[in-house]
Ligand binder design. Structure first.
Ligand code: ATP
Length: 334
């Protein structure tokens, strides 16, 4: 912890108090041991940015009584909802979401250890209400921290440059089903490039203008200031401060804007690639990850004809949602 990268004291992060299962004092010891050994059942949705994790989590929540726990380290913050692609309130369709947009940017960095505590408390809270926790988000180190039976806060399970998976704990604390929403790389990349343009059109630039802080932009980054879009536009806002509303749209300004957008695109593709590499690493370490293929549905989304575009939802239901429902059913009946 440094002065510029404060970390939380864990209790400030705990929106839930840990609930312990009640055990009847007259129950035989063997029954009590069996109960204490039974693991909570949880659904975990993995996938690259943009692959449809949020959509699948809400779709599943309409089939099973469940609540969603966010596992994206950037989306835990409030304040940059468009830039960080936080699921909107209408898209949540009334399903409760936990650990989403609940921290202020100045609150500091949420470590994997902090997340392990906060998310496991959320899991206990949700299961105590007889609902299924669905974990959805792109930070695989957070997912590892939550699931690993043995967790070392000082070790990075995805330490860069190493291809061995010895730092990943194979044993899991929960009875899990791990779903990987996957989209072929070329289709996902084409979609992500379009998505950046759409995000810019739907207010990302204005959101970033309001967030720009000339002082903080020169300091080391932590938390939400690492969100893709913030560093990329800091250089632009330094030259063309948002408060200078009279600034003309000259070619140099346009070139600086285009460069920032290009950098966002490049960094988004890089993030997606890294995320897929991490999921593969978890699988290579022995995690049983079930892959569902959303490629055809994404192809349909990007079709130019409106009829074809309308088909995407049917394809999604057939190729992504239904196979996922089957996998979750298996977990719940076992
Ligand atoms: P991991 O936690 O999976 O080991 P990591 O520590 O690199 O990886 P990621 O969650 O992969 O963390 O995020 C890496 C970077 O990608 C973030 O610091 C941020 O720049 C960017 N990023 C991740 N998620 C988002 C998001 N939802 N919106 C914007 N940028 C994001």
């Amino acid at each position: 912890t440094t002065a510029t990268s404060p970390s939380f004291s864990s209790h400030s992060l705990l929106p839930f108090t840990r609930r312990r299962r009640r055990q009847h004092p007259n129950q035989p010891v063997s029954v009590r041991m069996e109960q204490s050994r039974r693991k909570d059942k949880i659904v975990v949705i993995l996938g690259a940015t943009g692959a449809g994790k949020s959509r699948l989590s809400v779709d599943l929540a309409t089939r099973f009584p469940s609540e969603i726990i966010n596992s994206d380290k950037i989306q835990v913050y409030e304040g940059l909802e468009i830039t960080t692609n936080q699921i909107t309130i209408p898209d949540r369709r009334g399903v409760p979401h936990h650990l989403l947009g609940y921290l202020r940017p100045e609150d500091g960095e949420l470590s994997a250890g902090d997340f392990r505590i906060a998310a496991s408390n959320a899991v206990s809270d949700i299961t105590s209400r007889k609902k299924v926790p669905i974990i959805a988000g792109g930070s695989n180190s957070f997912v590892h921290a939550l699931l690993a039976e043995r967790f070392d806060p000082k070790s990075d399970p995805f330490a860069s440059g190493s291809s061995d998976s010895s730092s990943i704990c194979r044993d899991l604390r929960y009875d899990c089903c791990l779903l990987w929403v996957d989209v072929s790389e070329s289709v996902l990349f084409e979609y992500l490039l379009k998505r950046v343009d759409e995000m810019m059109d739907s207010g990302m630039f204005e959101e970033l203008s309001g967030f720009y802080d000339a002082v903080k932009s020169g300091l080391p980054r932590f938390g939400i200031r690492r969100a893709i879009g913030v560093p990329e536009f800091d250089g632009y806002f330094k030259m063309y401060p948002p408060e200078n509303k009279k600034g003309k749209w000259d070619p140099a300004k346009k070139a600086a804007y285009d460069k920032a957008v290009e950098d966002i695109k490049e960094n988004t593709l890089r993030l997606a690639k890294r995320q897929i590499g991490k999921i593969e690493k978890l699988r290579d370490a022995g995690w049983e990850i079930k892959r569902v293929d959303a490629t055809a549905s994404f192809r349909a989304v990007m079709m130019s004809s409106p009829e074809k575009r309308r088909e995407w939802r049917e394809i999604w239901e057939e190729q992504v949602l239904e196979p996922s429902v089957k996998i979750v059913n298996q977990l719940l009946v076992d």
